[in-house]
Design a binder for this molecule. Structure first.
Ligand code: F6R
Length: 242
């Protein structure tokens, strides 16, 4: 695990974007694992700008998102599918047919999870997986006590995660308490993993991920066993590292 500590969130986004720029130049038909949440937004803006400047193209790219809220259809404004369309996909030259987000409203969720795993395998596996980290150490929606070799499945969100994500929902709006998420085992098969964390609120989780024991209490700690992970953090998120 390589840990890169930079001055601020803008530098984290630029450093992350450089890794993607390099990846797309090297392999224009890369398979990208993508994340939602606040943290990757600046990186997505960097990538959009580079794409508009013609520095690289997403035309040959296939993408797989980490997770989706269970109970929300793909056209629901709060779904992660809509988040990705709004924040990233509609601003770049990716073929929408090549973008994948786990279905939140499958009639048979267990089969849908198997199908998602099969689609990743059929695409040749994920070349580069983008991750954020929850304050409780989750990656994707693999909450504490998740099995460290889990595959794509339905997961109950913890009270802490529901509270953290309440900021995205109006008070009178339905907020899902279940998710469909790639498993930790799924994430660990990515060839390269890029995890971004910014701000003081992530400092304890970053410390547990990087320096703590490998434990399902901090799902991100499993990344210590991954052979090619880059953790990019700002000073605030690094403040509890020894
Ligand atoms: C999002 C995801 C989550 C977030 C994490 C951090 O697809 O899988 O693990 O990366 O909750 O979220 P933010 O970036 O909003 O702090």
């Amino acid at each position: 695990m390589k840990v890169v500590i930079l001055d601020d969130a803008a530098a984290v986004a630029r450093y992350g974007a450089d890794i993607y720029r390099e990846q797309l130049r090297k392999k224009p038909d890369s398979v990208l694992g993508l994340a939602t949440g606040s943290t990757p937004l600046s990186l997505y803006r960097e990538l959009i700008d580079g794409n508009r400047r013609g520095e690289y193209s997403f035309a040959g790219v296939t993408s797989f998102n980490l997770d989706e809220y269970m109970g929300l259809s793909a056209d629901h404004p709060q779904s992660y599918r809509q988040f990705m369309n709004r924040e990233f996909f509609t601003h770049i030259d990716i073929d929408p047919a090549n973008t994948h987000v786990p279905p939140g409203d499958a009639v048979d969720p267990i089969q849908a999870c198997r199908d998602y795993e099969s689609a990743i395998a059929a695409a040749g596996g994920i070349d580069i997986q983008l991750l954020g980290i929850g304050r409780n150490g989750h990656i994707g929606f693999n909450e504490p006590t998740s099995c460290l070799n889990s595959r794509t499945r339905v997961k109950t969100l913890t009270r802490e995660t529901i509270a953290d994500n309440a900021r995205f929902f109006r008070a009178d709006e339905f907020q899902p308490q279940l998710s469909v998420t790639m498993g930790i085992g799924t994430i660990m098969e990515a060839r390269l993993i890029v995890l971004l964390a910014t701000g003081q609120s992530k400092a304890a989780a970053v410390q547990a991920m990087v320096e703590g024991p490998v434990s399902s209490w901090c799902p991100a700690s499993a990344l210590q066993f991954h052979s090619s992970t880059v953790v990019i953090v700002d000073e605030a998120a690094a403040s509890e590292l020894s």
